[in-house]
Design a protein around this ligand. Structure first.
Ligand SMILES: [Ca+2]
Ligand SMILES: [Ca+2]
Length: 425
């Protein structure tokens, strides 16, 4: 600090004084000192106000995917899928290939599944299985050039698409796959922040469209706009907008419990507290206005080291289940069909996209948690094998959907593939 003050003093002296002061500071040393000060200020700012700091431990996971348009590559994918482990009686097959960056899934009329995509793809797809063999023979691009159109929700003939700051609607879409209409802008006033800005959307049983707004940071407090770190909802035409749930860092998957109508959602835990805290969460909201803890409290009882003094864990809704830290729990669905054995009915399948900053990678799998009497039971791994070693994966599960026959679809944005899981003993 003394050196820093000396340098400042030197800089503010007239040149003639510098020459007289005898303080010898080479240009290189001065530059290093100034850079060090700037770096320190950025660090302090990041810690205090944004809540980010460089990760101390990081193992990059390489994604190795064969080009899927070649028949030989599809044979290779089938071979890899044969190595995915599942409970006895379950099978996983390729449902759709060449679906670049595929994210959320929303089944439409029979034989039609709509899909959003991540930023670089910018596309909305229709996966067409016209012949009913549970393999989409045609991938139609309904829209392209959109801003991270991650979320899609089909309802009453129309497809709703969520960009980062807009909700769009494509009317009569099933009949116009090859001639899609210009979209109607339902709302265009969501925050434009890209950090946690990608939106998973769905229609609730009550007909409202639910739209989350993630925290625009790793961890931060944004009292200036109560929409941040929330789940909002609106009528399909965009009216009657309100915040439904507070204190939600970043949910990328939710569904309603058919048993009691409660809203269940995954939430990704904050980063940079180490490999094993805090957990990701599975939450249940039973009424409007509940607070789920972020950024004060993570999991059931992890007070945030910086924001914990602004709110207590006991004053927020505890998660139904704590999930693997850094596993990145994303899309989830209640299993409401009957094809799968009784153990799975009424429970939740959820995708774990996989860690990006853990010393040993975790996730890259599909998990399940039974729900009994409105309570989540212990989570269990359902399908795994995409992560082939400590630093190589060939896929990253994103979203799940239940097809009309009771089988399960699973999207994979890294591989650009959609899989189908069915049960047959
Ligand atoms: Ca087909
Ligand atoms: Ca929470």
């Amino acid at each position: 600090m003394q050196n820093f003050l000396s340098v400042l003093n030197y800089l503010y002296q007239p040149v003639s004084h510098r020459e007289r002061s005898g303080l010898k500071v080479s240009k290189t040393r001065l530059l290093i000192a100034v850079l060090a000060v700037v770096a320190a200020l950025v660090w302090v700012y990041a810690l205090l106000f944004v809540g980010v700091a460089p990760s101390l431990v990081k193992t990059p996971v390489t994604i190795v995917v064969p080009a899927t348009s070649k028949p030989r590559a599809q044979t290779e994918i089938e071979r890899r899928l044969a190595a995915i482990t599942l409970p006895a009686g379950f099978h996983i097959r390729l449902y759709a290939a060449d679906v670049a960056g595929v994210r959320a899934l929303s089944p439409g009329p029979p034989g039609l599944v709509f899909a959003g995509s991540r930023r670089h793809a910018g596309k909305v797809y229709a996966l067409v299985d016209a012949d009913g063999d549970f393999r989409a023979e045609r991938i139609v691009t309904i829209a392209s050039g959109l801003n991270a159109p991650s979320g899609v929700a089909y309802r009453d003939g129309a497809l709703y698409v969520a960009e980062i700051s807009r909700i769009l609607r494509y009317d009569d879409i099933a009949a116009r796959l090859d001639n899609p209409p210009e979209p109607v802008v339902v709302r265009d006033d969501f925050p434009t922040d890209e950090h946690h800005g990608r939106k998973f959307i769905r229609f609730a049983p009550d007909g409202y469209l639910y739209v989350p707004v993630g925290a625009p940071c790793n961890v931060c407090l944004r009292p200036d706009d109560q929409r941040f770190a929330s789940i909002t909802r609106m009528r399909p035409d965009g009216s009657d907008f309100s915040v439904f749930a507070h204190g939600v860092r970043n949910t990328v998957g939710f569904d309603w419990n058919p048993a009691d109508g409660s809203l269940w959602f995954t939430d990704n835990g904050r980063d940079l507290l180490g490999d094993d805290i805090p957990p990701d969460e599975l939450n249940a909201a039973h009424e409007e206005g509940q607070h789920f803890g972020f950024p004060f409290c993570h999991g059931r009882a992890h007070a945030d080291p910086r924001f914990g003094r602004f709110g207590k864990c006991i004053d927020s809704e505890a998660p139904q289940a704590e999930l693997q830290p850094h596993g990145a729990a994303l899309g989830m669905r209640f299993y409401t069909a009957t094809q799968f054995p009784a153990h799975y009915r009424g429970g939740i399948f959820f995708a774990q996209h996989g860690s990006w900053n853990r010393s040993v990678p975790v996730g890259y799998r599909l998990s399940f948690v039974a729900v009994r009497d409105g309570r989540a039971q212990r989570p269990e791994v359902f399908a795994q094998g995409w992560l082939r070693s400590a630093n190589e994966t060939w896929g990253r599960p994103v979203d799940v959907a239940v097809l009309g026959d009771g089988s399960l679809l699973l999207s994979d944005d890294a591989a650009g593939l959609v899989y189908r899981i069915h049960y047959q003993r």
